[in-house]
Design a protein around this ligand. Structure first.
Ligand SMILES: Cc1cc2nc3c(=O)[nH]c(=O)nc-3n(C[C@H](O)[C@H](O)[C@H](O)COP(=O)(O)O)c2cc1C
Length: 204
């Protein structure tokens, strides 16, 4: 049977709307989502989306449920040091994890196996269990260090997906650009989606 569980991490890179939309789509596709939110991600979410999440995981979950109007049973917001969360152990963690948006800082921590908080530990678990890890990195320009960290992780099987939406679907809104990225992420996860027209099918 298909494991419809996934770990989603929001970090403090620009691109909070990608993370929010991805969460909305995964919940709509009936996935159980373990959500990890870094402190910087909260600042970015408030700055870019005007959504101020309360600091505790339970209160943050309630705020997100109200904001997205989604099923509470499918969302599990994990605390930074909730070491007893399923995502902290290879014996229970979902096999798929997405870091979206992914900051250069979290990229470096994961590349070096820091496991200093639950978010970094969850990524480390997916790596050691040879699961599927997607990192939607956002920074510009990239330093040599950023590029080396991405190469290192890519060689370990991580999918590096820079937050770089295309324009060939003729976006008319920011939402169209966000959906372009989210559609590519969902495709890689094997989650059915119809957010944007597919190349070669709908354009002819
Ligand atoms: C509004 C805002 C936008 C930011 N944009 C980026 C970004 O695009 N990429 C990045 O690597 N860091 C960005 N940062 C800096 C990170 O948030 C910072 O390095 C933080 O320590 C990352 O921590 P985290 O990886 O634990 O979330 C931004 C910070 C703020 C407040």
């Amino acid at each position: 049977m298909q494991d419809k569980r996934i770990t989603l991490a929001w970090t403090g890179a620009s691109g909070a709307p990608y993370g929010l939309r991805l969460l909305e789509c995964l919940l709509a596709a009936d996935y159980q989502v373990y959500l990890l939110i870094s402190s910087a991600a909260r600042v970015v979410l408030a700055t870019e989306h005007g959504l101020k999440l309360p600091s505790g995981p339970d209160a943050a979950k309630q705020a997100l449920i109200a904001h997205l109007n989604c099923d509470a049973s499918k969302l599990d917001v994990c605390g930074k040091e909730d070491w007893f969360s399923p995502v902290a152990s290879g014996s229970a963690a979902p096999k798929k994890m997405v870091v979206c948006p992914c900051s250069a800082g979290t990229l470096a921590s994961v590349a070096h196996g820091m496991s200093d908080n639950l978010l970094e530990r969850a990524a480390d678990v997916v790596l050691k269990e040879r699961g599927q890890l997607l990192m939607v990195v956002r920074e510009t320009p990239f330093s040599t260090l950023h590029l080396e960290n991405m190469l290192k992780l890519s060689k370990m099987g991580v999918t590096i997906m820079p937050a770089a939406p295309g324009f060939y679907h003729q976006p008319e809104s920011i939402e169209d650009l966000v959906d372009f990225m989210v559609a590519r992420i969902l495709d890689h996860l094997g989650v059915e989606q119809g957010l944007v027209p597919r190349w070669g099918y709908d354009q002819r």
